[in-house]
Design a protein around this ligand. Structure first.
Ligand code: SF4
Length: 475
């Protein structure tokens, strides 16, 4: 599972037809939305969830732009509003329901407007979403996006009724040949794999995204070369268990090396690997290829073997610790991050203490920490009712774990103050006159700089830390 820090992404920075950072997206928009009425209509997509979803929004934009649609940056200006959703936690779905309710006011004002829900929540709830949420005109799951332009066109032309569903999972659909419309940003996210063959008992992903499907290395390399042509120097390879990738003779280590050697690429990252597929070959590539960032997200989920077994994670706490040890030995300077779920059904105080112990021993650079969220249709829902942890107990455990992690992170980052790092500048910081960027180890640094340098690299001395973020000065 990709780490699922909840993000809401609204199409930023003006409208675009097929704009990319290298070719002036705003100019493209000027030719589109503000010119003659676009053929398909003006589409606004709002994205919730993980990076995979953001990447899917880029795919949808690519498909729609190809069919004569134009992206706009506000629902007020749209003929079509799509909400690309996440189903990983109940909280994420609640937010989306609230947002669908809010968006109804646009539909009331302009009854011709088409409002659709896409992504994992759409796949999970399907027609229920249409029945429950008056005013949803279509739902489309993650394998059905190719059908969107035609479906939207037919609804807009009143050729079919509203309330349509596109939900077939397709074991062949990898969206080959679709050029994503990349958002502003300095990293090109490239999906190399869709779906998942695991069945972690808490996780809805295999049910809404289907089994693992890997793209061909040729298609991935071509996309990486296109990203370079479009001005990107950092690429991030994306998959639910990205390092289980295989295609013909290619495994993930081979793919990572090849992408890292594409001319013009300066940094390659990947997310999210499964601990079991961290192989010696992968670590060798991470240690030996200068473009491959020494940063590894390694979701542990729990430090208790009993809970890991209940989660069907397929490793023990000891095996995980060994992976960490080998990774740190083979890739000096590597930064490690993780995901943890507390309050999983059956988690005793002793199990929770085992998680705390693992966190203290491993000392992750970063961690995404969550309270268990029951997902209808997942195996974990079938544990006996008495196994479910009271909400307040889960919250208290989460709070303690966050405190523990923050203290560790602060100590780690304090020890790096004074060192120099190469930073890829991503955006303006909140503090006036500062920009924000990331080091090779994926650590965030704010330092004085001109926003015109976004997308370029700077040598920065780390001068202090708030705990998670660094302050710096250009060297
Ligand atoms: S089933 Fe397990 S491995 Fe697959 S996406 Fe979910 S958490 Fe990750």
């Amino acid at each position: 599972m990709t780490n699922t820090k909840l993000v809401t992404l609204k199409t930023p920075g003006g409208d675009r037809a097929a704009g990319r950072p290298g070719d002036g997206p705003r100019a493209a928009a000027d030719r589109g939305a503000d010119g003659p009425r676009p053929l398909g209509g003006r589409v606004y997509i709002e994205t919730y969830g993980c990076q995979m979803n953001i990447n899917d929004t880029e795919l949808m934009e690519g498909l729609l732009v190809d069919e004569g649609f134009v992206s706009v940056d506000a629902p007020e200006r749209a003929d079509v509003i799509l909400v690309n959703t996440c189903a990983i936690r109940e909280h994420a779905e609640r937010r989306v329901r609230g947002r669908i309710g809010e968006l109804q006011r646009h539909r009331k004002r302009r009854p011709e407007l088409v409002l659709g829900v896409t992504g994992c929540m759409a796949q999970r709830l399907g027609p229920r979403l249409i029945e429950e949420a008056a005013g949803v005109d279509l739902v489309a799951g993650p394998d059905a996006y190719r059908g969107l332009p035609e479906l939207i066109g037919s609804i807009r032309a009143s050729a079919i009724e509203r309330g349509q569903t596109l939900l077939a999972l397709d074991s062949e659909e990898n969206y080959e040949g679709v050029a994503s419309v990349r958002r502003e940003g300095v990293s090109a996210w490239i999906t190399v794999q869709r779906g998942c063959d695991h069945r972690c008992t808490f996780c809805i992903v295999p049910y809404v995204r289907g089994p693992e499907k890997n793209r061909t290395p040729q298609a991935i390399l071509a996309e990486a070369r296109r990203a370079v042509e479009d001005g990107f120097t950092e690429v991030v390879l994306l998959g639910q268990t990205v390092n289980s990738y295989e295609s013909g003779d290619w495994d993930f280590a081979t793919l990572l090396r090849a992408v890292g050697r594409v001319d013009g690429i300066r940094r390659v990252r990947f997310t999210s690997p499964h601990p079991n597929d961290v192989t010696p070959q992968l670590l060798e590539v991470m240690a030996g290829e200068p473009t491959v960032c020494r940063q590894l997200h390694l979701p542990v989920q729990s430090g208790s073997d009993r809970i890991l077994k209940r989660m069907v994670r397929r490793y023990t706490s000891e095996a995980f610790r060994e992976k960490v040890e080998v990774a740190r030995r083979e890739v000096p300077g590597i930064a490690l991050s993780t995901d943890v779920i507390v309050g999983f059904p059956g988690e005793t105080e002793a199990d929770y203490e085992a998680t705390l112990g693992l966190m203290r021993d491993v000392r992750f650079d970063d961690a995404y920490l969550y309270k268990y969220s029951m997902r209808e249709g997942t195996p974990a829902t079938r544990f006996p009712a008495g196994d479910f942890i009271a909400d307040e107990v889960g919250s208290e455990r989460l709070e303690r774990l966050i405190g523990e992690h923050r203290a560790i992170q602060h100590e780690i980052n304090e020890s790096e103050v004074g060192s120099e790092r190469e930073v890829l500048i991503e955006r303006s910081a909140r503090s006036p006159g500062d920009v924000l960027g990331r080091t090779e180890q994926n650590k965030v640094v704010a330092f004085p700089g001109d926003p015109c340098r976004i997308g370029t690299y700077a040598e920065v001395r780390l001068t202090g830390t708030t705990g998670a973020t660094f302050m710096g000065q250009p060297c």
